[in-house]
Design a binder for this molecule. Structure first.
Ligand SMILES: Nc1ncnc2c1ncn2[C@@H]1O[C@H](COP(=O)(O)OP(=O)(O)OP(=O)(O)O)[C@@H](O)[C@H]1O
Ligand SMILES: [Mg+2]
Length: 310
């Protein structure tokens, strides 16, 4: 089974306002809400790929219950723990007249270490060597900075494969415990190494140094519209970005993580994983917001993926 962990989820509320103006009354012309947070986005895409996952993490209050029932309505299995307080609602103001996007994000709830430990222990009790755990996104207030170190280490000990997708200090902490796979984008990898990495060769060298240092089996470095680099113990593949009409690039990386988890669980070859994840990333870029692309769109893009061995 694939488990996705979202410790800091959000209800994404996207509103359309024509000529959004500060210090003025603005009227909403369209509105939608979606359960969000990186692990939840990964679970949504895994569902579209025809696979199953269990989404876990921490929710709170009426907003948390709204996320839980939205996931249920999408046919996605979940097992969240509830904390005191209210899950954050993140407001996205899209202005098609001025072509602006404004994010107004709530601070979210505060968790206790006891709650985190209970959640981790419940997960650990279910895990075995066939399982995959996707840890991704930010941490809620109250969570120690080394939370991903603790989680990666504990999940690894069950022989489950851990996929970690985090940024900055959180990624650094998780790396120390040697996750199975990480998917930084080129900026995150540059930040981690403290140098500007641009070419596939530079990115490959950096990825290999991390693999050697921390015992990571696979690193996928995504490069937005430029595609991605797949580095494993014995191969390096560069996949070109597909030329597609861009709806929203938010969550493109999450959809790549979803495809990588599905490929790993199904035991796909590197070539198959490259095709599936590149097609899934591009198909999701064609959608607005963090809506997950339909499988028919992904399937149509799979034969168009171009990749080279480095
Ligand atoms: N403009 C684009 N055109 C085509 N494909 C894209 C585009 N942007 C992203 N992709 C696809 O999605 C993948 C992941 O994108 P990106 O590198 O932006 O991830 P990310 O920065 O981790 O995103 P996020 O964290 O917001 O989900 C890319 O490797 C590529 O396959
Ligand atoms: Mg990302």
């Amino acid at each position: 089974m694939i488990y996705t962990v979202t410790l800091n989820p959000a209800l994404d509320k996207t509103v359309e306002i024509l000529s959004f103006t500060v210090d003025s009354v603005n009227r909403i012309t369209q509105m939608r809400t979606d359960p969000g947070g990186k692990g939840i986005n990964v679970s949504k895409v895994i569902g579209k790929l025809g696979s199953k996952s269990i989404a876990t993490g921490i929710l709170g209050g009426a907003t948390g219950r709204a996320i839980q029932s939205a996931l249920e309505n999408m046919g996605l299995e979940s097992s969240f723990h509830f904390a005191e307080g209210e899950t954050r609602t993140n407001l996205k103001v899209v202005d098609p007249a001025c072509h602006t996007n404004t994010d107004i994000n709530e601070p979210g709830l505060t968790v206790s270490e006891d709650l985190l430990n209970n959640l981790l222990n419940e997960l650990l009790a279910k895990l075995g060597g066939e399982d995959i755990v996707v840890l991704s996104g930010s941490l809620p207030k109250g969570a120690p900075k080394n939370t991903y170190y603790t989680w990666v280490k504990a999940c690894r000990e069950t022989k489950a494969k851990v996929i970690l997708d985090a940024d900055g200090e959180l990624l650094k902490a998780g790396l120390e415990a040697g996750p199975y796979l990480i998917k930084p984008n080129n900026h995150e990898l540059s930040g981690l190494l403290g140098e500007k990495l641009e070419t596939p060769k530079e990115l490959e060298r950096a990825a290999r140094s991390l693999m050697d240092q921390y015992g990571i089996a696979k690193i996928v470095v995504s490069m937005g519209g430029e595609g991605a680099l797949y580095v494993t113990g014995d191969a390096t593949v560069y996949a070109e970005g597909l030329k597609v009409p861009v709806g929203s690039t938010v969550g493109a990386g999450d959809s790549v993580v979803a495809a990588l988890a599905v490929a790993e669980e199904a035991g796909m070859s590197l070539e198959e994983a490259v095709r599936l994840s590149t097609a899934t990333g591009a198909a999701n870029v064609m959608c607005s917001g963090t809506q997950a692309a339909e499988y028919e769109v992904i399937e149509g893009l799979i034969p168009k993926v171009v990749f080279h061995n480095l």
